[in-house]
Design a protein around this ligand. Structure first.
Ligand code: MG
Length: 388
């Protein structure tokens, strides 16, 4: 067969659905589903309907100020209405600055609509989202169990109590943030630091020597404290030490000198804000969150600049199964993907919130589906049963 005739034949299965669907398909309306999770807040889920009846999902969970996010989804959607879900760069060009000006609420609202646009694109094209981001490098994606959000007893026994079922469920990596609530000054600061370290040691004992243990400091420390705590945590052999202090120069200094890997960047919006963080060497692993960073395309772009700098990417996201699946599709296509996050033990019905249900295989592995779009639908019955 001549090359000229072969090429259109090969291209046909991919090109045809795009050509057929793209010009006609427009964003028409949206629905919000709110579900109650626990004391850390609920999940806000967005479902966008397109002109041909297809629907796309996005996670707009924020943990607080949900009303603000929902209001901004309405505001941004009114500007996106009538546009094609394929016009993500146009959506980005026209609304990203406005989203950034509205702070975290703006980022979350913007990112939720953007996620839904990709779900719609995949469904319209008959392709899984990973195929739109470069193809599947990783058929399964390792997750760590973040036990922090579901641990109410903030003592060594409390953390150990939730680490046990995570290990039994086959997770080989666990994350905790046992310095939460550390007072800014006074004798409680030393006491809290000591207790936080004891909590890490308790979880390490539960995991045994081979598991991967991740500690998130939630920026509670100064640079000097960061060095001291890191040295006390060294026997616990951390997989990473996350967000030790607040400023980029401090993080970069810690990152240069500490023996363990560092990670962070979950609240950064957009590549422009990620660039100095990466350029200054703040961390070894960047942690863009699809809900906060600007969506799936932005996650892909941040992954790419991280790759260029020799860094790995571990998308942050202890949120709903929709967030996990959205990040999974982009992560599947990222050569420098490291690990994903699961908010472990928060609610027993988590997996049932989507169809087909979310399943983690032994090792904390999530299999990336080959179904069109994100490959999941909201289980409205479960969402209604737990409506906020
Ligand atoms: Mg974190």
């Amino acid at each position: 067969m001549l090359r000229r005739t072969l090429l259109p034949t090969l291209a046909a299965p991919f090109a045809a659905p795009f050509l057929k669907a793209a010009p006609k398909l427009t964003l028409e309306s949206f629905e919000i589903f709110r579900v109650k999770v626990n004391h850390r807040g609920g999940w806000v889920l967005l479902r966008v309907k397109a002109s041909n009846g297809l629907t796309g999902l996005g996670d707009a969970s924020h943990g607080r100020r949900d009303e603000g996010v929902i209001g901004l989804i309405g505001e941004f959607f009114s500007k996106a209405k009538g546009r094609s879900p394929f016009d993500v760069e146009l959506f980005r060009r026209d609304l990203m600055a406005e989203a950034e000006a509205k702070g975290r609420d703006g980022a979350v609202a913007f990112g939720a609509i953007e996620q839904a646009m990709w779900d719609l694109q995949g469904k319209a094209a008959g392709l899984p989202c990973w195929a739109l981001f470069g193809g599947k490098l990783h058929p399964t994606l390792r997750h760590y169990a973040n036990i922090n959000r579901a641990t109410v007893d903030r003592n060594p026994e409390g953390f150990a109590r939730l680490a046990e079922p995570a290990v039994r469920d086959g997770f080989t990596a666990i994350k905790m943030a046992s310095f939460d609530g550390l007072p800014a000054a006074g004798p409680g600061r030393k006491e809290g630091t000591d207790r936080g370290i004891a909590c890490v040691e308790a979880v390490r004992r539960v995991m045994g020597p081979s598991g991967d243990l991740l500690v998130d400091a939630h920026s509670h420390f100064t640079v000097a404290e960061g060095f001291e705590v890191a040295s006390r945590l060294e026997p616990s052999k951390l997989f990473w030490f996350e967000e030790i202090c607040r400023d980029i120069p401090g993080l970069a200094e810690l990152n240069r000198k500490l023996p363990m890997p560092t990670a962070g960047g979950e609240s950064i919006f957009g590549i422009n804000n990620f660039y100095p963080y990466i350029k200054e060497g703040a961390v070894d692993t960047t942690m863009p969150d699809v809900k906060y960073c600007g969506g799936l395309l932005e996650l892909r772009k941040i992954g790419a600049i991280s790759e260029a700098a020799g860094l790995t990417v571990a998308p942050h996201g202890p949120a709903s199964p929709i967030c996990n699946m959205a990040q999974a599709h982009v992560s599947a296509a990222m050569p420098n993907f490291l690990i994903l996050e699961l908010g472990y033990g928060e609610i027993p019905w988590r997996g049932e919130l989507v169809n087909p249900p979310e399943v983690f295989e032994k090792g904390g592995l999530l299999r990336v589906p080959d179904r069109p779009g994100l490959g999941i639908e909201l289980n409205e019955r479960v969402a209604a049963a737990h409506a906020e």
